[in-house]
Design a protein around this ligand. Structure first.
Ligand code: ZN
Ligand code: ZN
Length: 261
């Protein structure tokens, strides 16, 4: 059994020089992976990369929330129906210092995409940065109508982990859980139910500890998985099998594979 990278941005410019090589390298090591969009153009680019083993998530990141209007939602609905699409996202809330999009604008775009996900019955890929209270308040309203979801690049505390369990969401960890200073995050990871945990790279960002600072590639999800298996006190092979089964249960890649054939 091989790992799944549930979240990477292989359409990013960082891969313009060697994208196909990176994809081939990734597919040699991984079972499959999900390329995630953060606006309409990068979502279309994710769909264009889709093939057996490479699937797409489509959505508008809070950084681009200002662009979200009726037309963009209509375009997103169209892109979401393309073969190879397994989820809607990433979208959510980002209150970190670099985000200059007003919170109300972010929340409006967040709600509209949650509504679209409920309509299309696609799982959601949620981006949360420094916005935990509002993330909880908004998702509480929609969770019961959703076809599952992921709290991607989890950076929350025990309260958010408990909410994810209540919503039936999966919790996905990226390379930052391997960083020396991330002990509080590892303590939360240890409490997540094994049938809800996922791993991701968020490539090209957030390369895990042994390769930190480099351009991250999907196969480096291995380092994150090793750290988490230790933290959760699970045999590594069992961890790989479990997380890949979790990802398959949520994204249903065999359905996407058939649609692409
Ligand atoms: Zn994100
Ligand atoms: Zn991302």
């Amino acid at each position: 059994m091989k790992l799944v990278d549930t979240h990477c941005h292989l359409q990013a410019h960082a891969f313009d020089e060697d994208r196909e090589e990176v994809i081939q390298r990734s597919l040699e090591t991984l079972d499959w992976l999900v390329v995630v969009g953060d606006d309409i153009a990068t979502s279309q680019a994710a769909v264009a990369l889709a093939r057996p083993g490479v699937y797409a998530a489509v959505g508008v990141h809070p950084y681009h929330a200002q662009a979200v209007n009726d037309n963009v939602i209509a375009e997103l609905r169209e892109v979401a129906r393309q073969p190879g699409v397994v989820a809607l996202g990433e979208f959510g809330l980002d209150y970190y210092k670099y985000s200059d999009t007003p919170r109300e604008t972010q929340e409006e775009a967040f709600r509209r995409q949650l509504e679209l996900a409920a309509e299309l019955q696609l799982p959601v890929v949620i981006h949360n940065r420094d916005a935990q209270d509002d993330i909880i308040r908004v998702i509480d309203e929609y969770a019961s109508g959703l076809a599952g979801g992921i709290m991607h690049c989890f950076s929350g505390d025990a309260a958010l982990a408990a909410k994810c369990a209540q919503w039936g969401f999966h919790v996905s960890f990226a390379g930052n859980v391997t960083f020396p200073k991330a002990q509080p995050l590892r303590d939360v990871a240890a409490t997540i139910s094994l049938d809800k945990i996922l791993v991701e790279t968020d490539s090209p960002y957030l390369a895990p500890q042994p390769v930190r600072g480099k351009r991250c590639e999907p196969h480096w999800v291995l380092h994150t998985a090793k750290t988490l298996a230790e933290v959760m006190d699970v045999d590594f092979d069992a961890f790989v099998r479990q997380t890949t089964e979790n990802a398959s249960a949520l994204f249903q890649p065999e359905r996407a594979r058939a649609a692409l054939a």
